[in-house]
Design a protein around this ligand. Structure first.
Ligand code: UDP
Ligand code: MG
Length: 312
C-alpha cells in the first residue's frame, strides 16, 4: 500500500435543518475512523431554513476538514454534486445524501473497494424503507432504464457512491446541465462494482423530490443517455402509416364490393383521437430532447456560487 489517499465526501444540502445535527457527529466519527486524510464538502443548494447557519458552525468547529459551497439558489441535487466534484481535492470521492437514509457508517466499505482497484463503487439499498409504491416504481424504472440506456445499474436512486479521481475528472469535463451522475460515472467506469448498503426511512424532514420532479429526473436519465425514445417515435410513425395504408386498401375494396357506405362516424372519431394522442405523445418526446438541447446551447452557468468557505 502506498500512502493513504485523501478522501472527499460531498453532501448536497437542501433544507435539511432537521437532519444535519444528526449527520455531523456520525459522519465525523466515521471519517476519523478511516485513519487517513479527509475533507467534507457541503453544498448548500439554496436552503431557506437554518441549514447554512448549521453548516457554518460545523465549519467553524472543524475548519480544516469542513468546506462549504453556498449556491445563490436551488440548482438541484445533481448540480450540487457537480459543484462538489469540481472543488474536491480527494483521490477518492464519495457522495452522500444529507438525510441519513444511507448511513455514513458505510463509507469505509466504499473506500476499501476503491483501494482494491475499482474506479466506481455503486451501491444497492438493502431492505429499502421507502413506501411500497415508491419501491415498485423504482424497480420498474431501474429495469426500463437499464434496457433503454444499455447501462447496468441495480439501483439508480442510491446516491451513496464512491468514485476514483480519474472518473471525476472525466465527469468534470462533461459539463452537462441535465444529467444523472451515477449513470454518467457508470458510462466511463472501467472496473465498477456494486455493494449492498443499509437504507432506512427518512427520520428528519421530508423528501425534497415531489412526484413531478422524480418524473423529470427520469426524463433526464432517458434522454441524457439514449436516443431510444426517439427511435420508438419513428417506429411508431412507420407502424401507423403502414396500418393506415392497409386500412385505405381495405376501404377501397369495400367500396368496390359493397358500394358506398356512410357509417361508423364515431369509430372514425375514436381512431382519430387515438392517432392525435400518439402524435401529441411523439411531439412531446421530441420536445424533451429539443428542450434539453436548448438548455445546453444557451450555455448558462450550471450553478452560481455565492460564497465559499474553505480550508487552505
Ligand atoms: N437535495 C438538494 N437539492 C434539491 C433536492 C435535494 O441538494 O433540490 C439534496 C437533499 O438535501 C438530500 C439529497 O439531495 O441531501 C437527496 O434528497 P432527498 O432525500 O429529498 O431525495 P430522496 O431520498 O427522497 O430521493
Ligand atoms: Mg432521501
Amino acid at each position: 500500500m502506498t500512502e493513504a489517499r485523501l478522501v472527499s465526501v460531498i453532501v448536497p444540502v437542501y433544507n435539511e435543518e432537521d437532519s444535519l445535527p444528526h449527520l455531523f457527529p456520525r459522519l465525523l466519527t466515521t471519517l476519523e475512523g478511516l485513519n487517513r486524510p479527509f475533507e467534507m464538502i457541503f453544498i448548500n443548494d439554496g436552503s431557506r431554513d437554518e441549514s447554512l447557519r448549521m453548516l457554518y458552525s460545523f465549519h467553524r468547529a472543524n475548519p480544516k476538514t469542513v468546506r462549504i459551497i453556498d449556491f445563490n439558489g436551488n440548482f438541484g441535487q445533481h448540480m450540487a454534486i457537480m459543484a462538489g466534484f469540481d472543488k474536491a481535492r480527494g483521490e477518492i470521492i464519495i457522495t452522500l445524501d444529507a438525510d441519513l437514509q444511507n448511513p455514513p457508517e458505510e463509507i469505509p466499505k466504499i473506500v476499501q473497494k476503491i483501494d482494491e482497484g475499482h474506479d466506481v463503487v455503486g451501491t444497492v439499498r438493502q431492505n429499502r424503507q421507502d413506501p411500497p409504491f415508491r419501491k415498485m416504481a423504482s424497480k420498474m424504472v431501474n429495469s426500463i432504464t437499464n434496457r433503454i440506456t444499455g447501462l447496468k445499474l441495480s439501483d439508480y436512486g442510491c446516491m451513496l457512491r464512491g468514485y476514483r479521481r480519474d472518473i471525476i475528472e472525466i465527469i468534470n469535463k462533461s459539463c452537462e446541465t441535465t444529467t444523472f451522475i451515477p449513470a454518467l460515472a457508470q458510462k466511463f467506469a472501467v472496473n465498477p462494482v456494486e455493494i449492498p448498503v443499509g437504507h432506512s426511512e427518512r427520520e428528519h424532514g421530508t423528501s425534497k423530490y415531489s412526484f413531478f420532479r422524480l418524473i423529470r429526473l427520469n426524463f433526464d436519465l432517458m434522454t441524457g443517455f439514449s436516443l431510444f425514445p426517439l427511435q420508438v417515435v419513428t417506429m411508431m410513425g412507420i407502424a401507423v402509416s403502414l396500418l393506415s395504408f392497409l386500412f385505405g386498401l381495405f376501404l377501397l375494396l369495400r367500396r368496390i364490393i359493397v358500394g358506398p357506405e356512410a357509417e361508423g362516424v364515431f369509430t372514425l372519431l375514436n381512431i382519430n383521437f387515438f392517432l392525435m394522442g400518439i402524435t401529441m405523445f411523439c411531439v412531446g418526446i421530441t420536445g424533451e430532447y429539443i428542450g434539453r438541447i436548448y438548455v445546453e446551447v444557451r450555455k448558462r452557468p450550471r450553478y452560481v456560487i455565492r460564497r465559499e468557505w474553505k480550508n487552505d
